[in-house]
Design a protein around this ligand. Structure first.
Ligand SMILES: NC(=O)c1ccc[n+]([C@@H]2O[C@H](COP(=O)([O-])OP(=O)(O)OC[C@H]3O[C@@H](n4cnc5c(N)ncnc54)[C@H](O)[C@@H]3O)[C@@H](O)[C@H]2O)c1
Length: 331
């Protein structure tokens, strides 16, 4: 089977996924929709697809098997709902939405239409994450600790917290997602943010973030991240999730996994493009009809989004946020 794909949004991430899809024999991009005609045409030309400026026209005219939604985050919900109402499975960029209310709207549309979905939590599909899960097994985790030292986001709209959600919602959601994957769901989060390195006029966003959270399993977790540095810092301090269990330390980074125990140190390297695994899993699920390839469906990742939105709420109110109540209040 060839999976006929329609892309909604033809910017940076759409091109990243197109590179991955070009390596998957069963995948073919047949249509691309972007409000900017040049972007739609450029990506369409790469794969001999048809370009559109309105995704609704694309959904109405094209015979598709799946849709990719790679628009800015505030423009995710409606295309996702429209795609589900066309009965089509979709792959969607994280974060799912900027509000919990929109996230529930998407989740309900997905449930009604009973379509497969994959939210691009691509770290979940890496060799490092899969190997960490195998090695950790069912050992109780004592502590999850995550860090991402970073710089101003490269895409202008992402710099604005009202459009991108801030670093915790937009970027380090990958890390807290893994914390929940390994240590179970988070029940409560407390966050404090700074806006000290930049003036609001030049950067309308927080630049330092500190989170503390409790997992239902009894584990405790923390995240520290910043937008105040520079790209080269990644050579000194790689983004990471660390998991601490009894006499076992695991560190997951974009390049692989390190495991340290009293018996010694083991390393497992990631191979290939970081986003390839998520694309491959989604296409495999569509080809076979077997949703178990997908490790990050909309329902399975609602709590990942909720943790980050609740952290923003905590930072703004100064209060710890109970995640179950936070999610229920928006349902
Ligand atoms: N998974 C990851 O590693 C990762 C990394 C970066 C960004 N992202 C996420 O990917 C998404 C896209 O980010 P990006 O960096 O590609 O942004 P981008 O600005 O480069 O691309 C977005 C594109 O969507 C188009 N667009 C806007 N509204 C539209 C609409 N209603 N219909 C059709 N097209 C529309 C824009 O013209 C633009 O070309 C965001 O949600 C972002 O947070 C994910």
């Amino acid at each position: 089977m060839t999976v006929r794909i329609g892309m909604i949004g033809a910017g940076r991430m759409a091109n990243t996924h197109a590179d991955c899809l070009a390596q998957i024999a069963q995948a073919r991009i047949v249509a691309v929709a972007d409000v900017l005609p040049d972007r739609a045409q450029t990506l369409a030309a790469r794969s001999g697809a048809t370009g559109y400026t309105d995704y609704r026209t694309m959904l109405a005219r094209e015979k598709l098997d799946a849709v990719y939604i790679c628009t800015p985050t505030g423009e995710h919900a409606q295309p996702a709902i429209d795609t589900a109402e066309h009965g089509l499975p979709f792959f969607i960029e994280k974060p799912l939405t900027l509000t919990m209310r929109d996230a529930w709207r998407v989740a309900r549309a997905v449930e009604r239409a009973n379509v497969m979905t994959c939210v691009c939590y691509h770290w979940r599909y890496t060799h490092a994450a899969l190997k960490a899960q195998e090695i950790l097994g069912d050992r109780p985790v004592a502590l999850t600790a995550a860090e991402w030292w970073w710089t101003l986001p490269p895409i202008p709209w992402l710099r604005d917290k009202d459009l991108g959600g801030g670093q915790v919602v937009d970027q380090t959601t990958h890390l807290t997602d893994l914390c929940q994957l390994f240590a179970g769901e988070v029940t409560e989060v407390y966050a404090a943010y700074s806006h000290n390195a930049y003036r609001d006029a030049e950067f309308h966003n927080w630049d330092g973030y500190a989170l503390a959270f409790k997992h239902a399993s009894g584990a405790v977790g923390s995240l520290r991240c910043t937008y105040a540095l520079f790209k080269e810092i990644a050579e000194f301090q790689v983004p990471r999730v660390e998991l601490i269990a009894r006499e076992m330390f695991l560190r997951i980074t974009p390049t692989g996994l390190i495991v340290v125990t009293p018996q010694g140190r083991q390393e497992f390297a990631n191979t290939g493009a970081h986003h390839f695994g998520a694309n491959h899993a989604f296409i495999s699920a569509v080809v076979t009809g077997d949703a178990s390839y997908i490790r990050s469906s909309v329902p399975a990742t609602l709590r990942s989004l909720a943790l980050t939105l609740a952290a923003n709420e905590s930072a703004q109110t100064g209060k710890p946020i109970n995640l179950a109540e936070f999610m229920r209040a928006a349902e």
